[in-house]
Design a protein around this ligand. Structure first.
Ligand code: PMP
Length: 430
């Protein structure tokens, strides 16, 4: 029987010194209730909390642990590197190695600039697009999340939706006016915005596969239509690949869907779990960035050696072993089939969306194609399911607006255990 005594004590203590007891909102379990589990360590796909409970992990640190926690090559590389100091604030050879590797793996990019988070990557990409086009406005999609920079907190997904503040106080009306929003998968709305704001739109930013309203796939033709529209109107198309980058495949969403983006943003995976983000594009666009060009963007810890060696080691592993992606997709499909079976037998309304190694279960009978349809699944069933699964040692994202991220360290035995736990959880919910 799982008990959370130490987690409870720590949460009480944490609340005294940290807002809500956490450093990122969704972790507080607000939308599912109960005490957040404080993690002590993890190996492969197994998380161990401070009370000694073990869980099969479906968050994978929200993406980066694509080969599992404490992946030996990554840990060894970090250990070796850390002896040479943790930061210089000066260029290193390793930054060239990782930039070259990323340029080699990802289509349509010549240059990459490292930053420290996905937020920074997206914020900088928008600035570059504005500087490049000389236009101020951009379009984002309802329920997509691009980090917590002011201009993105307009109808934002992820924690912002979970907490019911998709439009955050603190964002000035001036900033909000330059962010236009359309429904995901609705090209007509995008076209209308472009017509109404002719010549004023610098960029369209999109999660090519959305993971921040649960996993939502682009409808056939949606990304292609965005590309065509951007070409016609000289708008830059930005793929936010903070989740999909190096996860859908080594070339990310561009390769997976066969659609070219002008700028790509990365996070998470390229740091192998260290705080890293990056943005990338053609030389023509990227050379507008300081110190070559006038668009200013900087970072004391950007290209940090420990973060770079972790990312470089992980990316090299993915690059050299492309079968990882087939294995991951097979495992995710196996989980999907197993869940389909137990959910159908349970009689609960449900929809499952899956793409590569991202998957979400929605407690709804409506096809989930955008934020409004995803929101129909944000009901009382989700928290119950979450806690029943947690009790059975399955650690799911604690919000119905988040995707699961599978890691290749998951074994088929673990997947079977998860499917069995889902069966029991659904029984217990009746
Ligand atoms: N873009 C996407 C698609 C994301 O999923 C996230 C984080 N979940 C971000 C941007 C922001 O990244 P970070 O939390 O590293 O700032």
């Amino acid at each position: 029987m799982y008990q959370y005594k130490r987690s409870s004590e720590l949460f009480t203590e944490a609340n005294k010194y940290i807002p809500g007891g956490v450093n990122s909102p969704v972790r507080a379990f607000n939308s599912v209730g109960g005490t957040p589990v404080f993690i002590k360590k993890a190996k492969g796909s197994i998380l161990t909390d401070v009370d000694g409970n073990e869980y099969i992990d479906y968050i994978s640190s929200w993406g980066p642990m694509i080969l599992g926690h404490a992946y030996p090559k990554v840990i060894d590389a970090i250990k070796a590197k850390v002896e040479d100091s943790t930061s210089f604030g000066a260029p290193t050879e390793l930054e060239i190695d990782i930039a070259k590797l990323i340029v080699d793996m990802v289509p349509n990019i010549d240059k990459v600039r490292m930053v420290n988070s996905g937020t920074e990557a997206c914020m900088s990409a928008i600035r570059v697009a504005r500087g490049y086009t000389g236009r101020n406005k951009f379009i984002k999609f309802e329920g997509c999340y691009h980090g917590h920079a002011d201009s993105f907190l307009i109808k934002a997904g992820s924690g912002a939706s979970t907490f019911g503040v998709p439009n955050s106080p603190g964002v000035t009306p001036g900033t909000a006016n330059d962010t236009l929003t359309a429904k995901y998968n609705n090209i007509e709305e995008v076209k209308q915005l472009v017509t109404e704001n002719k010549g004023e739109i610098a960029a369209i930013i999109v999660e090519a596969i959305a993971g921040n309203m649960g996993c939502v796939l682009p409808k056939k033709g949606f990304l292609e239509d965005l590309r065509e529209l951007c070409d016609k109107e000289e708008i830059l198309l930005i793929f936010d690949e903070v989740m999909s980058g190096f996860r859908l495949g080594k070339g990310g969403a561009q390769e997976y869907f066969g659609v070219k983006a002008d700028l790509i943003t990365f996070g998470k995976v390229i740091g192998g779990g260290m705080p890293v983000g990056a943005y990338a594009g053609s030389s023509k666009i990227m050379d507008i960035v300081s110190p070559v060009g006038p668009v200013y963007q900087a970072g004391t810890l950007s290209g940090n050696p420990i973060a770079m060696i972790a990312g470089y080691t992980l990316l090299k592993e993915l690059n050299q072993n492309p079968q990882i992606y087939t294995e991951l997709a097979d495992k995710t499909e196996y989980l999907h089939k197993g869940l389909d079976k137990v959910f159908t037998e349970s009689g609960f309304d449900y929809k499952i969306n899956r793409c590569g190694s991202m998957i979400s279960i929605f407690f709804t009978d409506i096809d989930v194609v955008d934020f409004d349809t995803a929101a129909t699944a944000n009901n009382e069933k989700f928290p119950k399911f979450f806690h029943e699964m947690l009790k059975r040692g399955i650690y799911l994202p604690p919000s119905s607006f988040e995707s699961y991220f599978l890691s290749n360290s998951l074994t088929y035995e673990m997947l079977d255990k998860t499917i069995q736990a889902a069966k029991e959880s659904l029984e217990a919910m009746k």
